[in-house]
Ligand binder design. Sequence first.
Ligand code: SF4
Length: 227
Amino acid sequence: MRGSAKIQQGRRLKTWSAAQLIPQHPTLSKLREAARHCRACPLWKRGIQTVFGAGAASAKVVFVGEQPGFDEDVAGKPFVGPAGKLLDKALVQAGIAREEVYVTNVVKHFKWESKGQQHIHKKPNAKEIDACLPWLEAELQVLQPEVLVCLGATAAQALLGKDFRVSRQRGEWVPLPLAPHVTATVHPSSILRAPDDETRHAEMARFVADLRRIAEVIHHMEDRQNH
Ligand code: SF4
């Protein structure tokens, strides 16, 4: 069954896993509640709270990022910081309605290290990602999206395979049972890190172009449903 397909089966390291916490007959609200208490890997000690996915159960597109950042950790909601705002802007430009979208991350707790007073993002490791993937698998099983979009290398390599390179393969449709259409593009935070305005504008245009291809799929599907 699509959506319930195990992500990267066989590569999962058995030491830590949230699998035993997934409720029977999951719904988004049951999953969110269960995930609040997850201690399947040590990251629960770092973040303020679990940052579960957000969006409508009827969402046609699921965007998957790496992990929540500082703003998300404080708010308890994914993609509410600067990268989330950039994603929202790009969705508008691409003609994708916010209610058609569900946003989540491969890892549901903020991993950080101290730099002075600041909490600086630290990339999750393979064990942490593997521990957390059952939450994402369950989200996909409930949502059954038409399109699954990995944002950035961590999500792409967790879901599409460790050899996937966003720099070379962004925008490609990858035949996987996770959804009828599976693809990857850059994480919006990479656009924010562009070294100058010119690069940032160019990267934003490429990102919006990637999202427009996703919009075409959704709108084509809606046309089919309406006829
Ligand atoms: S990062 Fe994921 S697996 Fe680890 S404690 Fe948080 S919710 Fe559980």
